[in-house]
Design a protein around this ligand. Structure first.
Ligand code: HEM
Length: 457
């Protein structure tokens, strides 16, 4: 709370308020959600100071400023998650690695998300989505889309990515423990009985125990390129890089992957469904594209095997997913720490201060997007490609050396979901109006989005 300016630097400190001792402005942030940053940005400008989750912080918005932070990894800034996140993810996580160790770990992980690996996950992802939509459609009541999308992305991560064979009951328990973990990953680092932090630690310990059991019981297929899941690829990739992953590293990596996929993908899936409901013309155009590629016949999706290349070739689908991620970026930004004092927008970012670059606010305030608040997938069409103006105006997956490793997987998942929704489902909003959105910890509707699914007649 007492972090100070760098007196050797002539530049002024960013404007802003540090709130109350210890808690700073954390409570304002929790209660105001997205409005917290917007109101301060309007008052203090694109680079302002505040105090969140137990530490002083400079919040940065705008493509040029964000570019400087993201490209300054190692020279100006390094990763710096809030203490709760750091402790709960563990020392072996990518989130907590820096420099050469980070580079080495990323190299091992890269193979998990290669084209070849994605091709091998595709049928299983499709199967999990189809099963889920069947369950949603057979329910006589409306579905809470956000909650059920969390379950869907959790199933995808546990069954498809990690290849764990757990019973329904175990899956249910794991899911609830994981929810406890996620809800407390961003909490004040106060380790007292009943504190969120303590709850998060308990959830992490319990998850690690279950994951260790699942890993030990899991048949491993690490020969050849016939991957069955991401854990197999990870182990093979580690071997190729002359590294043997310890059980602790495997457990932390597993939790990190599920964590990275869970809330983000659930948020994006919910936003996708909401936008398809809001914009029937977009849904119809998607159907038209599926028809013209021979994937949709007489109102039914072709049951033949869907290939990764056919999904990639669907240009309008690509625009729709990009636009969902622009307007409803699940991750609001990323945390760094200044390793030296530097200038940003005419003010100083003193060495030792935390820096949070903003994704959602950067999208919302970017001048390159025409009618920035409108849902307009065609802005990403080859004729318009508004994102071509500059790399850092559009960054749902971050940027630089720490950009999202699961970007292609997340995009594939969302595309497969959209294909199934457009080709194989009928669904309508079960409430009179669309719900409001809140943005902490990820963007989601206040009521979860109540939708009645019917399946196809
Ligand atoms: C990092 C967004 C899905 C794995 C990130 C970052 C963003 C992001 C913004 C960078 C954070 C920073 O700069 O500090 C998203 C979004 C997703 C998504 C919007 C879904 C729509 C996934 C999935 C996985 C994944 C499905 C893997 C299963 C990771 C990992 C990192 C990361 C491992 C850390 C990379 C590093 O530190 O080097 N993600 N993500 N993400 N993401 Fe994703």
């Amino acid at each position: 709370w007492t972090a100070t300016r760098d007196k050797s630097c002539k530049l002024p400190m960013p404007k802003g308020s540090m709130g109350f001792p210890i808690i700073g402005e954390t409570c304002h942030w929790f209660f105001q959600g997205a409005g917290f940053h917007a109101s301060r940005r309007q008052k203090y400008g694109n680079v302002f100071k505040t105090h969140l989750l137990g530490r002083p912080l400079i919040r940065v918005t705008g493509a040029e400023h964000v570019r400087k932070v993201l490209m300054g990894e190692h020279s100006l800034v390094t990763v710096d998650w809030p203490q709760s996140t750091s402790t709960l993810l563990g020392p072996n996580s990518l989130a907590n690695s820096i420099g050469d160790i980070h580079r080495k770990r990323r190299k091992i992980f890269a193979k998990v998300f290669s084209h070849e690996a994605l091709e091998s996950y595709l049928p299983k992802i499709q199967q999990v989505i189809q099963e889920t939509l069947r369950v949603w459609s057979s329910n006589p009541d409306p579905i809470n889309v956000y909650r059920e999308s969390q379950r869907l992305s959790f199933h995808m991560a546990v069954r498809v990515l990690l290849g764990f064979r757990v019973s329904e009951e175990e899956m249910h328990c794991l899911f609830h423990t994981f929810q406890d973990f996620v809800e407390n990953v961003f909490s004040l680092p106060i380790d007292l009985p009943f504190s969120g932090y303590r709850k998060g630690i308990r959830a992490r310990d319990s998850l690690q125990k279950s994951i260790e059991k699942a890993i030990r019981e899991k048949p491993l297929h690490t020969q050849g390129k016939d991957y069955t899941d991401a854990l197999d690829v990870l182990l093979e990739s580690a071997k190729e890089n002359n590294t043997e992953l310890t059980m602790q590293e495997l457990k932390e990596s597993t939790i990190e992957l599920i964590f990275a996929a869970f809330a983000t993908t659930a948020s994006a899936s919910t936003s996708l469904i909401m936008q398809l409901l809001r914009h029937p013309a977009v849904l119809e155009k998607l159907r038209e594209e599926l028809r013209s590629c021979g994937l949709l016949h007489d109102g039914c999706l072709c049951q033949g095997e869907l290939r990764l290349d056919s999904i990639i070739s669907l240009k309008y689908l690509d625009c729709v997913i990009k636009e969902v991620l622009r307007l409803f970026a699940p991750v609001s930004g990323g945390y760094r720490i200044a390793t030296q004092t530097f200038e940003l927008d005419g003010v100083q970012v003193p060495k030792g201060w935390s820096v949070m670059y903003s994704i959602r606010d950067t999208h919302d305030t970017s001048a390159v997007f025409k009618d920035v608040e409108a849902f307009d997938p065609d802005r990403f069409s080859p004729e318009r490609s508004e994102d071509r103006e500059g790399r850092f105006h559009y960054l749902p997956f971050g940027g630089g050396v720490r950009s999202c490793l699961g970007k292609q997987l997340a995009t594939l998942f969302l595309k497969l979901l959209a294909v199934e929704l457009a080709g194989g489902s009928r669904f309508e909003l079960a409430t009179r109006t669309f719900p409001r959105l809140i943005s902490v910890p990820v963007v989601h509707p206040t009521d979860g989005l109540r939708v009645k699914f019917f399946g196809l007649d």
